[in-house]
Design a protein. Structure first.
Length: 135
């Protein structure tokens, strides 16, 4: 049963990630193609936009968390900050270092950051603390 819940949860996380990716990639493409913004800056702006979408949908639908917002949001921000750093490093290395086209580089980066984010949010951001013994 635990595996079924994890599979359902990961599938929901991927669906939420798709919504967040639409926001992220939409901002990325508009900023790069229509406004001439640097790819690295544009992807980081997109990451932030997708992150806002991700918090609300994951809290409600993926993890059905009962953790208070006041506690969950700072945890989410820390996990997202690590993801932000991973996004920056991956995109810098792939686009500037390896000269990979920015949308392909973003797709690879999204996969890497998705694995990190799912594990961290499941265990730390939205997971409830284990009850104290004798409580």
């Amino acid at each position: 049963m635990g595996m079924v819940i994890s599979l359902r949860q990961f599938s929901t996380f991927a669906g939420v990630g798709l919504c967040a990716a639409v926001v992220h990639y939409g901002l990325l493409i508009v900023l790069v193609e229509a406004m001439g913004v640097d790819v690295i800056i544009a992807t980081l702006v997109g990451y932030c936009g997708g992150g806002i979408c991700s918090y609300w949908l994951n809290r409600r639908h993926t993890f059905q968390s009962e953790r208070r917002h006041r506690e969950a949001i700072w945890r989410f921000i820390l996990v997202a900050a690590v993801g932000f750093g991973l996004t920056w490093l991956c995109m810098l290395g792939l686009v500037r270092g390896l000269k990979i086209p920015y949308l392909l580089a973003q797709a690879l980066t999204t996969g890497i950051v998705m694995v990190w984010s799912y594990g961290a949010h499941k265990v730390w951001t939205f997971g409830l603390p284990k009850p104290q013994e004798g409580a």
